[in-house]
Design a protein around this ligand. Structure first.
Ligand code: HEC
Ligand code: HEC
Length: 436
């Protein structure tokens, strides 16, 4: 309740800001660097078989129509997973699959640099489910070389593909002063040749351009119903309001303990709308998803990283994965790092009854999620303090789901709300990711 009041107070500040911000359009032009990033993000030539780009698994295209969202919204995930209900993506090489569900790239730019927070005694920030890339630039260097993703053999082979494209020649020069023509092609016959410094530098700047694109308003719109409610431009329905109260209430849903729903103020005094994550790591006791092709060993998350394991002899970080943002969550099924939950109803029911419902052997069992839950895939460090037995009745679960559906962007397009008609700009166009 108190949280809700704080939000109401904050919305008065937004109203003041609105007067200033209304004129500017959220679809502001991309910078040259971001435009280069967009070309790279969508370029299938940067994968081994020239059949896959970042956009294959984090699509810029709007999602296929879904009942509750008749207008199509882009949420930067693998559309095949949504369509087919699969948990993991196919790679550039046929049949190559990983063990993890592709998260949305929307709002990923707001994750702080990966670090150990001494005050709180926990790890915060970074990219990936286990935070192993400290920021978006480091992150973007990964998928191109990952054998189950874009599968290129080396940085040099990627840079050689960049050299094929006249637009890149022009933009790398314009944006970074890099002369792609002068960078040598890879010679596959000559083994053991040391990678030239110009190749490493070009590869780094390629990742930097992608990261700049991911920081653009394309991925960070702040146009959900929730945002317009914050700005006092519209109101929640009764059930959405109840859902938010339960989401925040420490004695009820307690979701906001990790999925922060309050505004924050940055160092410059600017208001940052909530990201619905505190970017920390936890083991919520997800069951194993035995439907993933080849049923790979469970991912041990943060504590499974060799650098973290070396600092964590007691295994306190094993099984912990990043708290993901809930913005656009209604359109990014399946849920959890292994995609074991297919609907929002299911994951909320899990939070509510993980420790009280019966037991079923795995998620292929017909009683999964109705009669029982399987054991956690990693039993170490499962959080029993904040979740697992919430004592919510079914209508309360429904309200929380209804609230989460207000977090979908492009509300003016799908909301059919006279107070927020199509074309209404984002109430928060000034909010920019921190920029590392
Ligand atoms: C084959 C599918 C696939 C392709 C292609 C792909 N990704 Fe991903 N992406 C994933 C998966 C799966 C994860 C989660 C992996 C993990 O956490 O270890 C991920 C994670 C991410 C994250 C982390 C988000 C967060 O909140 O932690 C970002 C950002 C991202 N990808 C951007 C990109 C970019 C940029 C490219 C292109 C250079 C790309 N991805 C190509 C599947 C893919
Ligand atoms: C103790 C911290 C914590 C609390 C409390 C919490 N969550 Fe989460 N949530 C997480 C973590 C960590 C993940 C990712 C877990 C994983 O994949 O292993 C997550 C994942 C999710 C996801 C899936 C995200 C995705 O991209 O797949 C949803 C939806 C979600 N939580 C909703 C809720 C709701 C609703 C509540 C309250 C009923 C809640 N959470 C309470 C930490 C928390």
């Amino acid at each position: 309740m108190t949280r809700y009041l704080i939000m109401q107070k904050a919305s008065a500040i937004y109203l003041l800001m609105l007067g200033l911000s209304f004129a500017s359009d959220a679809k502001e032009a991309l910078t040259d660097e971001q435009q280069l990033g967009k070309l790279l993000y969508e370029d299938e030539n940067l994968s081994l078989n020239r059949n896959q780009s970042c956009s294959s698994c984090h699509s810029l295209k709007p999602e296929p129509k879904q009942n509750t969202f008749p207008k199509r919204v882009s949420v930067f995930i693998d559309r095949d997973n949504v369509k087919k209900g699969t948990a993991v993506s196919l790679g550039s090489i046929p049949d190559a699959t990983g063990a993890l569900n592709a998260p949305s790239v929307g709002y990923a730019a707001f994750s702080p640099l990966f670090l150990w927070n001494d005050e709180e005694g926990l790890y915060v920030g970074g990219q990936f489910w286990n935070g192993r890339a400290s920021d978006l630039t480091e992150q973007a260097k990964g998928p191109l070389l990952n054998p189950v993703e874009m599968a290129m053999p080396s940085e040099w082979s990627v840079v050689s593909r960049l050299k094929e494209n006249g637009k890149y020649q022009k933009l790398f020069w314009q944006v970074y002063g890099i002369n792609l023509a002068a960078v040598p092609y890879i010679n596959n016959k000559q083994l053991n040749v040391i990678t030239p410094a110009a190749v490493t530098e070009t590869y780094h700047h390629m990742a930097k351009a992608i990261s700049a694109f991911e920081q653009s308003p394309v991925f960070n719109k702040f146009t959900s119903k929730f945002d317009y409610v914050l700005a006092n431009m519209t109101e929640f329905s009764q059930i959405e309001k109840e859902g938010l109260a339960l989401f925040n209430d420490e004695t009820k849903g307690n979701c906001a303990a990790c999925h922060i729903s309050e505004v924050s103020i940055d160092e410059d005094g600017d208001v940052i709308p909530p990201m619905f994550t505190d970017f920390t790591y936890d083991n919520i006791g997800l069951p194993r998803n035995v439907k993933i092709p080849k049923n790979p060993e469970p991912d041990s998350g943060l504590g499974g990283r060799s650098d973290i394991a070396a600092l964590d002899p007691d295994g306190n970080e094993i099984g912990k994965h990043k708290v993901m943002s809930l913005r656009n969550i209604a359109l990014t099924a399946p849920y959890g790092h292994n995609g074991v939950f297919t609907t929002l109803e299911q994951i909320v029911h899990f939070y509510n009854t993980r420790d009280t419902l019966g037991w079923v052997p795995d998620n292929q069992d017909s009683g999964f999620a109705t009669l029982g839950w399987p054991d956690p895939e990693i039993s170490q460090n499962v959080n029993h303090d904040e979740l697992g037995n919430l004592g919510l009745v079914i209508d309360e679960e429904k309200a929380i789901v209804a609230f989460m559906k207000t977090l979908t962007d492009d509300y003016p397009k799908w909301g059919k709300d006279r107070r927020v008609p199509p074309g209404t700009p984002s109430p928060f166009p000034e909010v920019k990711p921190p920029g590392h």
